[in-house]
Structure formats: structure tokens, C-alpha cells
Design a protein around this ligand. Structure first.
Ligand code: FE2
Ligand code: FE2
Length: 140
């Protein structure tokens, strides 16, 4: 079994959401390590791009599961997803031009993501658990 990277206080109790969050925290660690360990930034950029794609896909999953389950998705939560999406896209572009300090970026991303989970996702997870349906697990 692979290591758990998500702080335990961020567990929502919705298995699929927790799996995705843990995977994203794991990816943040991988990107940090890749840029700290190697001179050639190629692998790190690929990992960062993959993290950005998976983060954006995760946001879409939350919004879609809310729609499917008939659970209210707060305006502020959607706005936070849009802001983080714009931010990470901008940073991937900066990194590919070589104008960004990646380890510092990933420390910041980790903090932003933790704050996001506490501010929005834990309540959303609670609402999902209180809703009528089972939350399906995806296979990735
Ligand atoms: Fe989330
Ligand atoms: Fe969210």
C-alpha cells in the first residue's frame, strides 16, 4: 500500500473524495522532490502538468457529483475552484518558461489545497454523506 500524504484532519469520510485528495497531496510531494533532486527539470515539469490536470479534473468531479446527487454546491466553492485553476495554469506556463521557483510554488500549493479542503470540501463531504445516494468510486 502506498503512503498516505493527506493530513488526517482533512479526511471527509467520502471515500472517493478522500482518495482523490490523497492522490493530489501525493503528487504535490512528488513534484517537490523531482525539482529538488534533479538538475534537468523535464520530469518535474511533466509531473507538475499532470498534477494541474488532475487537480482540475478533481474540481470537475466535485461539481459533477454535487449535480448528480442533488447537493448544493456553494458559489464561493465554485469560485475557489476557478481561482485555483487559473493560478495553476499560469504557474505551469511560467515553469515551462523557466521563471518560477517550483519548490516554493509547491509549498504554497500544498497550503492552498489544505485550506481549500478545510474551508469548502469538508462541509461539501458532510453534505454528500447526508445526501440520498452512494458516491461511486472511480478506478484511477
Ligand atoms: Fe477537493
Ligand atoms: Fe473543492
Amino acid at each position: 500500500m502506498r503512503a498516505i500524504h493527506m493530513p488526517s484532519e482533512l479526511v471527509s469520510g467520502v471515500a472517493e473524495m478522500d482518495r482523490q485528495h490523497d492522490q493530489l497531496f501525493n503528487q504535490i510531494v512528488q513534484v517537490k522532490c523531482a525539482f529538488l533532486e534533479v538538475e534537468d527539470d523535464h520530469d518535474g515539469l511533466a509531473l507538475l502538468s499532470r498534477f494541474a490536470e488532475d487537480l482540475i479534473a478533481h474540481f470537475a468531479w466535485e461539481e459533477e457529483i454535487a449535480r448528480i446527487q442533488g447537493v448544493l454546491f456553494e458559489e464561493g466553492h465554485i469560485k475557489a475552484h476557478r481561482q485555483m485553476t487559473a493560478f495553476i495554469r499560469l504557474k505551469v506556463a511560467e515553469v515551462s518558461r523557466g521563471v518560477c521557483n517550483i519548490p516554493a510554488l509547491m509549498v504554497f500549493m500544498e497550503r492552498c489545497f489544505e485550506t481549500h479542503v478545510v474551508q469548502y470540501d469538508l462541509k461539501f463531504g458532510h453534505d454528500l454523506r447526508a445526501g440520498p445516494g452512494e458516491i461511486p468510486c472511480t478506478n484511477s
